[in-house]
Design a protein around this ligand. Structure first.
Ligand code: SAM
Length: 294
């Protein structure tokens, strides 16, 4: 069984010649999208970048065969990783994004008028270049004057940062290749220290169906550093199991107790997924998820 995704053309027991992008596993589950053609492919020192035109989800970015985003559902992930912490913090000004080379999280952050500076730390410059060409609706905001891009390893970057950021977003792929260390305690410890005294961190923490042990491990790490720790979830159709979780660690502000729905109601920019009810509902975890954390 392949660990990575692949493009296969031969449809079992049929002579239909179709092209399907299939993301395998982990485990014995796969996601398949029928694609019209491949638009781009490049092996970089860090990973394989592929861009496809799919029938049902528009353009698709895959890294090492894993689906990172599709034009049709990327708004869900990007709105939830950004707006939940940004509407928890009373006046976010300085934000650090680690990973996120596609630009989607930065696009959402810049919708907040209080933002003065966004630092994006992406290990692979080719992801940013490719996203600017094939996903301008995401990446064009990376040229905003408030955005500073560093092409380096986020794990190294935070080692030298202390007490700076209002918010840190870890917009990483799955724990493979250069991203493995982004799920380790030493990195989270440095990220914690890089936040100022009222700082908030959010990391994508995978699916509870696919990575239950990872979620439990990250929870125990965050509990060691942050007085306030919550998971929240969202549905992303093209991610493994269709559910993605996020872990939020906060030094001062609670995303439920210190959340002011009116700020969202009066928020001018239109959002397609996130609203004040979704914010609160996303923290209502199902029992099996709660049991994972015991
Ligand atoms: N939303 C996607 C997901 O949930 O799978 C992640 C999208 S984003 C494209 C992931 C980015 O993280 C990629 O641009 C990748 O190059 C970058 N990345 C991986 N490891 C990194 C590291 N150690 N430091 C900084 N960026 C990293």
């Amino acid at each position: 069984m392949q660990e990575k995704g692949e493009v296969n053309t031969d449809i079992p027991n049929s002579n239909r010649k179709e092209v399907w992008l299939t993301e395998y596993g982990p485990g014995n589950t796969a996601i398949s999208l029928r694609v019209k053609y491949k638009l781009f492919e490049k092996e970089t020192p860090y990973q394989k970048i592929e861009i496809f035109e799919s029938y049902d989800y528009g353009r698709v970015m895959a890294l090492d065969g894993f689906i990172m985003l599709t034009e049709k559902d990327e708004f869900i992930y990007h709105e939830m990783i950004a707006h939940v912490p940004l509407f928890t913090h009373p006046e976010p000004k300085h934000v650090l994004v680690i990973g996120g080379g596609d630009g989607g999280a930065v696009r959402e952050i810049l919708k907040h008028k209080t933002i003065k500076k966004v630092e994006l730390v992406a290990i692979d410059e080719e992801v940013v270049k490719t996203s600017k060409i094939y996903f301008p609706n995401l990446a064009s905001y990376l040229d905003d004057e408030r955005v500073e891009i560093n092409f380096q390893d986020g794990i190294e970057f935070v080692k030298s940062k202390r007490g700076i950021y209002d918010i840190i977003l870890i917009d990483s792929p799955d724990p493979i290749g250069p991203a493995v260390g982004l799920f380790e305690e030493s990195f989270y410890k440095d990220a914690f220290a890089s936040l100022n005294d009222s700082g908030i961190i959010v990391a994508q923490s995978e699916s509870p169906f696919v990575f239950p042990d990872l979620i439990k491990r990250i929870f125990l790490i965050f509990k060691r550093y942050f007085p306030i720790v919550h998971f929240y979830i969202a549905n992303v159709p093209t991610y493994a199991s269709g559910v993605i979780s996020f872990i939020l660690g906060s030094k001062k502000f609670d995303p439920i107790k210190d959340f002011y729905p009116d700020r969202v109601k009066n928020f001018a920019p239109t959002l397609k997924y996130y609203n004040e009810k979704v914010h609160l509902a996303s923290f209502a975890l199902p029992n099996f998820f709660i049991d994972l954390l015991k």
